[in-house]
Design a protein around this ligand. Structure first.
Ligand code: SAH
Length: 347
């Protein structure tokens, strides 16, 4: 179903024929500058507000919000209005800016065993409007606290490049109408090679993050099952093409799993891969967060630091991701939106 945030400005205008152009401007600015629900756009006459809300309903219903890190991390649970499917969005406040982590699918079909979303399985793709509405709603929250969202990461539930078209339509709305620059938009992928190619051909230079987690195929086949379809060599070729097109640095994400991918050998293989790209990839280390369906623990704190230092000694560029919202299951890989987790550990 198409919601108000799925519509282009032209489609919205066409749906209220006879209204003067300035009404469309008021409506559009109410939605994307003030982040209001239609029935609160007070510059519009009440009758028009009622008419437009009835014509184009919102697509998300807020069910719950949980707060941690002294209010600096907020996780929202929404239901998709058509089928009550749950999704989650995470809003993170920093000193002078805020970041939103949006979902692109209800669930995920990629089945990475260490990720709670992967454990829960796939329900459906989100529409562009459902992705945009997550940004609009969290921007409304931030605005109430006189904060502004200036970073969007497509790192919530789902695989963005398995739903590239809707994700791209959302990117354009967020960029063109909400006004967030491409360098502040990051799409994270498990490594869908054709999706990376499509993204490379898109006009805006958004940041690309690749969830690598292993730098040799036998281990990556286990951790990230889609590697069997798009092995590391083809993934690196796609990354090189992206870099050639966009001239931006790529990030490799690496969840450190105790005794699995945190050995000295892993560091050497990872540093080699990162340095094989030009410019060299930035490595983002994430100490593995606990999830219900994966018994192996994250690397101990000391090993995380050692692993980072090893990478740096090997000439790679690496930092440890500042973890947010672990105790409210809002951190990387923990979003399951209260769904029963189906255990799908790779063999
Ligand atoms: N499907 C996309 C978008 C999700 S981004 C992707 O895979 O890139 C979420 C990031 O958190 C990914 O890098 C993912 O691999 C990582 N992640 C998943 N489970 C995790 C866990 N338990 N601990 C830390 N990071 C995890």
């Amino acid at each position: 179903m198409r919601s108000i945030h799925d519509l282009t400005r032209e489609e919205l205008a066409a749906s209220i024929p006879g209204e003067p152009a300035y009404r469309v401007t008021q409506l559009w600015e109410g939605l994307y500058r003030q982040f209001l629900p239609v029935d609160e756009i007070r510059t519009l006459p009440a009758a028009l507000r009622g008419h437009v809300s009835a014509l184009h309903p919102a697509s998300l219903v807020e069910v719950e919000r949980v707060v941690s890190d002294d209010g600096e991390t907020v996780k929202f649970l929404y239901h998709l209005a058509d089928g009550l499917h749950p999704i989650e969005t995470v809003l993170m406040y920093y000193r002078d800016r805020a970041t939103v982590c949006v979902s692109t699918q209800a669930g995920c079909a990629m089945a990475c065993g260490f990720c709670a979303t992967g454990q829960a399985g796939f329900t459906r793709h989100l529409t562009a409007g459902e992705i945009v509405e997550q940004v609009v709603r969290t921007a409304r929250e931030a605005r109430a606290l006189e904060q502004r969202i200036d970073n969007i990461v497509f790192m919530g539930m789902g695989e963005p490049l398995a739903n590239e078209e809707a994700v791209w339509a959302a990117v354009e709305r967020i960029h063109d109408d909400i006004g967030i620059s491409a360098r502040h938009l990051t799409i994270s992928t498990v490594g869908i090679v054709p999706g990376i190619r499509t993204l490379a051909a898109r006009p805006l230079p958004v940041n690309l993050a690749v969830s690598l987690h292993a730098a040799r195929n036998d281990l990556r086949d286990e951790l990230v099952p889609i590697n069997r379809r798009y092995p590391i060599e083809s993934l690196m070729t796609a990354c090189r093409e992206y870099l050639a097109e966009k001239n931006r640095r790529i990030t490799f994400e690496w969840a450190l799993i105790d005794g699995v991918n945190d050995t000295d050998r892993d560091a050497r293989e990872l540093a080699d891969l990162a340095r094989s790209l030009s410019p060299s990839a930035h490595i983002n280390l994430i100490p593995l967060n606990p999830t219900p369906g994966w018994p192996t623990k994250g690397s101990p704190r000391r090993r995380v630091t050692e692993f980072r230092d090893l990478l740096v000694d090997l000439g790679a560029n690496a930092t440890v991701r500042n973890n947010r919202g672990t105790e409210i299951a809002a951190a990387c890989g923990q979003l399951a939106a209260g769904q029963p987790v189906r255990i799908t550990r790779p063999r």
